[in-house]
Every structure is written in C-alpha cells, then in structure tokens.
Design a protein around this ligand. Structure first.
Ligand SMILES: NC(=O)c1ccc[n+]([C@@H]2O[C@H](COP(=O)([O-])OP(=O)(O)OC[C@H]3O[C@@H](n4cnc5c(N)ncnc54)[C@H](OP(=O)(O)O)[C@@H]3O)[C@@H](O)[C@H]2O)c1
Length: 334
C-alpha cells in the first residue's frame, strides 16, 4: 500500500506519499480501507520528531480516519466487511489501509460524507472524555473553551451547548469569534485584545459565584495562573494542550481557596482497553455523543479537504492558524 513516509524529521517537505508495507491484522482488530484522514496538531509535532508514536503503534502519522472495513480479525463480532466507519487511531491514518482495535471504531451515520467523518473521532474522544467524563459537564455550567475556532474548539462548543451549558470562548480574531457564536458560543473573548479572566469572571458560574465551572485549555503553562484565576468555586481546569509551554508555577493557595482541580490528559497515550482506555471513551462517545451527530445537533466543522499527496500543504495550513475547524486529507473516494 501507499502511506505518508517521513524522510527524516523536519518541515512539511519531509513527507512523501510512497510504497510502505501493509499493516498486519491482529486479534480483535479490523482492517480499514481509508477514505480520508483527519489532520491534528499532534501530527505536526510527530513530523518534527517531538511526539513519537506510543509503543506498538504504527510509525505512520495519523490519529483518525474514515473508510470502509476491508477485513475483520479473529474475535471481532460487531463489524462486517463493507461497513462505513471512522476510527480513533494511535497512528497510521495517513495511509491507504490501517489496522485498528474494533473497540476504537464508530459507525458513520447515514448521510454523513466520509471526508467529514474523518475529522470526528479525535475531537469527539477528546471533548467527551475531558468535558464530560473528567470534568462532569452539567447543563448549569459555564464552560470556557480556549481556541474556540480550532478543531477541538469547534466541536467542544457544540457538545457543551447540546448538553445545555453556557459557553465562553477565546479566539484570535473577530471573524473566528463570530463563527464560534454561530456554533452557539455565548461569551466571545479575543485573546489578543481582551483579558479572558476579567471577561469570564463577569459571568456567573453554575456554582453561583463568578468564573468558569470548567476550562478546556490548549495553552498549558502560559495560561496556568490566569486559568486558575478564571475558575469558579469547585471549578475544573482540564489541560489538553501545551501550545504555551509545559512548565509553570501553580499557586496552590489560589486553587485551594476555590477548592479547584487541575487535570492534564491525553487520548493517544491511553491503553486500548481497561479503565480510562480508548475503548471505554469510544463506548461512551458512541452511547451519548453519536446520537447527537446522527441527528445533526453536532456537525463536523471541516475547514479544508486536500488530497493526501498534499499532506505537506495541509500541515502548513493548520500551522498558519488560518483555518476554522478541521483539515482532512482525502485518500480515495469510497
Ligand atoms: N490531550 C489530547 O488528547 C489532545 C487531543 C487533541 C488535541 N489536543 C490539543 O488540543 C489543542 C487544540 O487542538 P486542535 O486540533 O483544535 O488544534 P488547532 O485546530 O490547530 O487549534 C489550535 C487553536 O489554538 C488557538 N490558540 C493559539 N494561540 C492561542 C492563545 N494564545 N490563546 C487561546 N487560544 C490560542 C488557536 O486559535 P486562533 O486560531 O483563533 O488563534 C486555535 O483555535 C492542541 O494543543 C492539541 O495538541 C490534545
């Protein structure tokens, strides 16, 4: 088969679409003929050599894909050859075929294009596991979503709104904020011009006082102190990205005074099965979030679809910050 091959670590030019050994199908896995692969910020890090695949994962870049099941491994009962699916991967998505545990596969709802479906598994798993499973999102909560115009952000706004919460977002331009509002965001904060702590503390939390009950954070160190300040009493800060660095001082007195919690989580490094594993997250996503996708309450927000041969251009596009939502790579029409 062909897959995106890395000619050393570095810029987008290190990627080429080349012949690669086929994946081998293991027990409990399905083989997917890939229609499209979602592009994630982690892919850019892996390309530069800063985010190696976890042990046992494919060295090929790609954390999610859509396609059609081509083969079913031993012990798999719930899937059949020909099923239209999308899947959460530990790697291997930028390829014509990928093998994945059957427990990480989701059905593509009727009427949903396979290109759009490729951009769903990673954001769905990230948003549901963090906002709901980790932070316990409720309808009376105020949620602050940093990077509301990103792949994760555009999905998180819709999920939080669908569950009845009020949503505050940060973004870097008026245009992106306007589009976040169209997705349902209530409080719009331009992080280049406004202080998000002041803006969020002007709102009432579900807990009754000022601030956000939950903060979904992509900035890490750069925002740690201000995120703690922006939390409401009993608030939960969930760090999922470190775009602003990995190391910062945490004022425990400030956190303790509002009996707050700081979580830091990652989907890719989780085991396939067991408590908190990928199978558990995907099962929860399928049970609770997938009906909202099937009925159109939560829609994929796809900024651009490029042919897989232009993976380098797709990485440049995501890196430029000029996209609203997800970028996907089309491997073939299925
Ligand atoms: N832990 C996990 O399991 C997991 C899973 C998936 C993603 N992630 C992480 O989550 C983050 C978002 O992922 P993504 O796929 O949505 O990436 P993305 O589409 O590239 O979005 C990145 C976002 O960062 C925002 N941003 C940049 N500077 C900012 C600042 N100073 N303040 C607030 N926002 C800022 C951008 O906003 P503007 O464009 O408006 O400037 C953009 O919305 C990334 O860091 C990614 O690595 C983690």
């Amino acid at each position: 088969m062909r897959a995106i091959d890395l000619n050393g670590f570095g810029g987008p030019e290190t990627m080429s679409w080349a012949e690669t050994p086929d994946p081998t199908l293991g027990h409990g896995e399905v083989l997917i003929d890939v229609a499209a692969a979602g592009v994630n910020r982690a892919d850019l890090l892996q390309r530069r050599g800063h985010y190696p695949p976890p042990p046992g994962a494919s060295p090929v870049i790609g954390l999610e894909c859509s396609g059609v099941i081509a083969e079913v491994g031993d012990g798999v009962r719930d899937w059949a050859v020909g099923d239209r699916v999308c899947a959460l991967l530990s790697g291997g998505g930028y390829a014509e075929r990928v093998a994945v545990p059957a427990t990480q596969v989701l059905p593509v709802p009727d009427g949903l294009d396979l290109g759009a479906a490729a951009g769903l598994p990673e954001v769905a798993a990230t948003v549901w596991s963090n906002l709901v499973m980790t932070a316990g999102l409720r309808a009376d909560h105020l949620v602050l979503i940093h990077g509301g115009g990103g792949g994760v952000g555009t999905h998180a706004i819709q999920v939080a709104k669908a569950l009845g919460a009020r949503v505050a977002v940060t973004a870097g331009s008026a245009d992106k904020l306007a589009r976040c509002a169209e997705l349902g965001a209530n409080v719009l904060i331009n992080y280049r011009e406004d202080d998000f702590v002041t803006a969020v503390r002007a709102e009432e939390s579900g807990a009754g006082g000022p601030g956000a009950d939950i903060i979904l954070d992509n900035m890490g160190a750069a925002y740690l102190e201000r995120n703690v300040d922006a939390l409401a009493a009993n608030g939960k800060l969930v760090v999922i990205g470190m775009q602003g660095g990995v190391s910062a001082e945490l004022n425990l007195a400030a956190l303790l005074a509002k009996w707050g919690t700081v979580h830091a989580t990652n989907v890719r490094a989780r085991p396939a099965t067991g408590v908190g594993g990928k199978a558990e997250i995907i099962a929860e996503v399928r049970r609770h979030l997938w009906p909202l996708i099937a009925d159109g309450t939560v829609v994929p927000v796809i900024a651009a679809e490029l042919p897989i041969e232009e993976a380098g251009e797709a990485h440049r596009l995501l890196d430029s910050g000029e996209v609203f939502g997800k970028v996907v790579l089309r491997v073939k029409e299925l």
